[in-house]
Structure formats: structure tokens, C-alpha cells
Design a protein around this ligand. Structure first.
Ligand SMILES: C[S@@+](CC[C@H](N)C(=O)[O-])C[C@H]1O[C@@H](n2cnc3c(N)ncnc32)[C@H](O)[C@@H]1O
Length: 192
């Protein structure tokens, strides 16, 4: 049995519902994010690409709690959505940035955990995301399998396949696909 959904996650999910935003990470992915966040080292740095309304951010924060030494940075292109996410009741170590992940990535430094949840930094610019991993940092991507009953258009499917191949075959990464977990996850750890 899973523990209760954290209040911060409920609040972010409610913002998504009210805004008609349907792309938040699913609870299984969220719980995995919390587990991985709990493992980041002292003064660890966590990055999310694609904030949405803050559901993924909330899972990451819930895994870090009650620590206060780590930081979470979350990047969102859409100004309104970024402001909506930031309107939540977040601890002081969460930093919401509005902008294009591809432009911001090279300036953000190195991270111990990255949740790459937008096309930018995943289908486009994946190498920038990998370069932003600290030694032994962990990268998570989800949505690697179509939702039951839905199909991807050929271009998106080819893009996801390219992400899969790049991550599973990357010289710097030890990677595994957890196809049956949530929306389909690939986990990759930087060897150096
Ligand atoms: C799948 S949703 C993110 C969901 C969120 N991570 C969660 O788990 O709740 C993808 C988000 O990426 C944002 N986005 C799209 N292009 C972007 C870019 N170039 N840089 C940053 N964010 C981007 C979209 O506006 C959208 O809110």
C-alpha cells in the first residue's frame, strides 16, 4: 500500500485540474521522484525541466522533506503556468524559473537529480541535460510508452525512440528502462 499523497502534491494537482492542464506526471512516476530525491547527497541539487503546475516539483519536494540543505530548480517556458505553479505554498529551497529549458540549461550548473519532463532537454537537446548531470547524478524521463488506448504520431514516436536509444546506449550513463512503471520511465546514472 502506498503512503498518502502529500498535501503539496494534492494542491498542485488541484491547480492542474482547475487550469485544465492534463500533462502532470502520474502518481507512480511522482513516487519514484520522491524516492530518488530522498537519496540526493548533502546540499544536493535537483532540477525539473517543465514545471507544469508543480505536481512533479511537489513530489520531488516531498522526497526531500524534512531536509533543508538541498535545492530544487524547476524551469517552465509558459509564464502563466510558471506563475500558477509558483503560487503554491513551497519551502524556500524551491526556485521556479521561467524560460526556455534549452537556453537556461547551460547556465544552471550541475545537478544530482534531473527530471526531464518536456521536449526541450529530452527530444531536443538531450546532450545538454546529460551534461548538466553531476558525477553520479541521476536522470529520469517518463512518458516513454503511450498511455493505454492512445497512440503517438510517427514523429513523436520516432523522437521518443531516439531518446531511448541515446540514454540506453550512452557511454557516460548506466541506464535502465522501467517500461511498466507509470507512463514508462528510463532511469540513467552518470558514471562520472
Ligand atoms: C509534461 S509537462 C510538465 C509536467 C510536470 N513536470 C509535472 O510532472 O507536473 C511539460 C511542460 O513543459 C513546458 N515546456 C514546453 N517547452 C518548454 C521549454 N522549451 N522549456 C521549459 N518548459 C517547457 C510546457 O509548457 C509544460 O508545462
Amino acid at each position: 500500500m502506498n503512503p498518502e499523497t502529500p498535501e503539496l502534491v494534492r494542491a498542485a494537482a488541484e491547480r492542474a485540474r482547475a487550469a485544465g492542464f492534463a500533462y502532470s506526471c502520474d502518481p507512480d512516476v511522482g513516487r519514484l521522484l520522491a524516492v530518488l530525491a530522498a537519496a540526493v547527497p548533502e546540499r544536493g541539487r535537483v532540477l525539473e525541466l517543465g514545471t507544469g503546475t508543480g505536481v512533479g516539483t511537489a513530489w520531488l519536494v516531498s522526497g526531500l522533506r524534512p531536509r533543508r540543505d538541498a535545492t530544487v530548480t524547476s524551469v517552465e517556458l509558459d509564464q502563466e503556468r510558471s506563475a500558477l505553479a509558483a503560487s503554491g505554498d513551497w519551502p524556500g529551497f524551491v526556485d521556479f524559473r521561467t524560460g526556455d529549458a534549452l537556453k537556461l540549461l547551460p547556465r544552471l550548473g550541475a545537478f544530482d537529480l534531473i527530471f526531464a519532463d518536456t521536449v526541450a532537454g529530452k527530444q531536443v537537446g538531450l546532450e545538454l541535460t546529460i551534461a548538466a548531470l553531476a558525477p553520479h547524478g541521476v536522470l529520469v524521463v517518463d512518458d516513454m510508452t503511450p498511455a493505454p488506448g492512445s497512440t503517438w504520431d510517427a514523429e513523436f514516436a520516432a523522437g521518443q525512440e531516439a531518446v531511448r536509444r541515446a540514454l540506453l546506449g550512452h557511454a557516460r550513463l548506466a541506464a535502465v528502462e522501467l517500461g511498466g512503471h507509470g507512463s514508462g520511465v528510463i532511469l540513467a546514472t552518470a558514471r562520472n
